[in-house]
Design a protein around this ligand. Structure first.
Ligand code: C5P
Length: 209
C-alpha cells in the first residue's frame, strides 16, 4: 500500500515549493520540488551548447540527468528558468522524468511533490491536491524582493515579464499544461503572508485526512 501523497501545483513564484516543503516537514513526509528536475535538464542543455527548444537536445539531457545535477548552483538564474520551461514542453522529456517522480511519490510513509502537473498527471490519484496561486503582479513583487536581497540591479518589470512569459508557455503547451486538477483545493495567496498560506493548506490536508 502506498503512503499519503500530496500534490502541490501552481504557477512560477506562487510560493508552492516553500509551502510544500513546510507541509512535508510538518507531516513527516518526503519532499520533492519537481521544478528542480526541469531546471537541471535546462541547465544541462545550455551547458552542452544545445537549444532548449530542440526536442532531441532536451531529450539527451533528460536521459543523462544525474542526482548531482539537482544540486547545481545555477538552477535559479533567469536563463535556466526560461530553458526549464522550454524543455518542459517536450513530450519525450516529460516521459523520461515521469518515472523518477512516480517512484519518489511511492516512498513510505508518503511524499509531498511540488510542480505544475502533479495533481493532473504525475500523481493524479494523490490523496490531497492543492493549487497555489496569486496574481502575477504579487508573484513578481515577491520574486523581485527575494532577488534584490541577493543581487544588485534587479528590475521589477523584467521579473514581471519573465513570469508572464513562463506562465504563458506553461499554460499553453500541448502536454501537461499548467491548470488546477478538477479536485484540487485552490489556494489564492495574493492577500496572504506565508504563515497564513501554510495554515490554510495544513487545515485542508489535516481536515480531510
Ligand atoms: O517550479 P519552477 O518554477 O522551478 O519550474 C521551472 C519550470 O519547470 C516551469 O516553468 C515549468 O515549465 C517546468 N515544470 C513543469 N512541470 C513540473 C515542474 C516544473 O513543467 N512538474
Amino acid at each position: 500500500m502506498s503512503g499519503l501523497v500530496i500534490a502541490v501545483d501552481g504557477p512560477a513564484a506562487s510560493g508552492k515549493s516553500t509551502l510544500a516543503s513546510r507541509l512535508a516537514a510538518d507531516l513527516g513526509l518526503h519532499f520533492l520540488d519537481t521544478g528542480l528536475i526541469y531546471r537541471a535538464v535546462g541547465a544541462r542543455v545550455l551547458g552542452e551548447g544545445g537549444d532548449p527548444d530542440d526536442a532531441a537536445d532536451a531529450q539527451v539531457a533528460a536521459e543523462g540527468l544525474a542526482e548531482t545535477d539537482l544540486a547545481r548552483p545555477d538552477l535559479h538564474t533567469p536563463e535556466v528558468s526560461q530553458a526549464a520551461s522550454k524543455v518542459a514542453a517536450h513530450q519525450d522529456v516529460r516521459g523520461v522524468l515521469l518515472d523518477y517522480q512516480r517512484r519518489f511519490a511511492a516512498r513510505e510513509p508518503g511524499a509531498v511533490l511540488a510542480g505544475r502537473d502533479i495533481g493532473t498527471v504525475v500523481c493524479a490519484d494523490a490523496r490531497r491536491k492543492i493549487f497555489v496561486t496569486a496574481s502575477v503582479e504579487e508573484r513578481a513583487r515577491r520574486r523581485f524582493e527575494e532577488l534584490r536581497r541577493r543581487e544588485a540591479g534587479v528590475i521589477y518589470d523584467t521579473v514581471l515579464q519573465d513570469l508572464r512569459e513562463r506562465d504563458r508557455r506553461d499554460q499553453s503547451r500541448a502536454v501537461a499544461p499548467l491548470k488546477p486538477a478538477a479536485d484540487a483545493y485552490v489556494l489564492d495567496t495574493t492577500a496572504m503572508d506565508t504563515e497564513m498560506a501554510f495554515e490554510a493548506a495544513r487545515a485542508f490536508v489535516i481536515g480531510n485526512t
